[in-house]
Design a protein around this ligand. Sequence first.
Ligand SMILES: Nc1ncnc2c1ncn2[C@@H]1O[C@H](COP(=O)(O)OP(=O)(O)O)[C@@H](O)[C@H]1O
Ligand SMILES: [Mg+2]
Length: 381
Amino acid sequence: MSAPILPGSAIGVLGSGQLGRMFAIAARRMGYRVHTLSPDEDTPTGQVSDVEIQACYDDLDAVRDFARRVAVVTYEFENVPLATAEAAAECAPVRPAGRVLHTTQQRLREKTFLAAAGLPVAPFRAVRSLAELETALGEIGVPAVLKSADFGYDGKGQFKVDAAGQAAEAWQAVGRREAVLEGFIRFEKEVSVVAARGMDGSFAHYGVIENEHARHILDVSVAPARVSPRVANDAVEMARTVLEKLDVRGVLCVEFFLAAGGRLVINELAPRPHNSGHLTFDACLTSQFEQQLRAVCGLPLGSTEQLRPAAMANLLGDLWQDGEPDWAAAAAIPEVKLHLYGKLAPRPGRKMGHLTALAADIATAEQRVRAARSALARRPG
Ligand SMILES: Nc1ncnc2c1ncn2[C@@H]1O[C@H](COP(=O)(O)OP(=O)(O)O)[C@@H](O)[C@H]1O
Ligand SMILES: [Mg+2]
């Protein structure tokens, strides 16, 4: 095995959003330098990095140049094109490898991989035309969800089909491009497992996190999840299988639906730290971001021990609707931590930051984080 990449080295991050920002904060705390590349400037990641390169992902010369200046390249955004990861890999190791990106960035490949690995997924069909959608609806039945195969996030490119007569509307809604039709799962709750795998094949996980979505966007997460020990164990073992079969060197999150009777169904994978793991920043000995750093640098993984029960609430751009949120009010609630991503335009639905609350039990943590978020929306004066 090659020697670990030690503090003082430069790490390259493809993508420049909040995941890269929190990664950069963790990396700088340990004395690494961080370079980021994305098409944007003054980005959440760039603001806290040593070097911010503004280039398109398909500017492969810029990507190679970027990779030559760092010891390892990772990513915070799974829609980086495979060609970009491959160009970077000519000049530096890319972790997780481009093939992990390739499998997980397209829903059809991802589901095909999961099904082939014997892991539980919702029934699904590939859809490439309206006629195929009609056939698939006949096979899967309604309700079902049509999702564009590429570039989905926060519920974008999705349409819930409640009646077979909605096929044309659904096909239009996902942009008439390659899609996946999947059966609708009547879940009791949604949960996730954030896990890491080191260069030596070691595995670490943060247990099960419970997630509540609003308008298809993650709203609140709590950990540890209120699930049975059997469900927790099954979810972690499925995550382990995913990381091993994909040969991940880095962090990956598995999103699950938990249906009646403790039945777990894998919804999707993210080959990077995940929004549901943001609470690890304040609640765990080693955050998911430091864990990504350790994994891609070939260092031993850190302890994932959770110090106290925790809850996280996202702050979306909608909160700015009537002006600047009341930061002082949230800061006045002890045991609540404020994270803001440095984004300049607070558009509705855009993830601008989050709050984390710690408490003696998860119910109190959740209540505290929701109270802090409500306090933000009340204007001073
Ligand atoms: N097959 C399904 N059955 C029930 N709910 C679903 C299904 N697919 C998606 N959803 C809901 O929509 C949310 C977003 O879907 P997801 O596939 O995770 O897309 P994204 O990439 O936008 O996160 C899920 O977290 C869940 O709440
Ligand atoms: Mg999702």
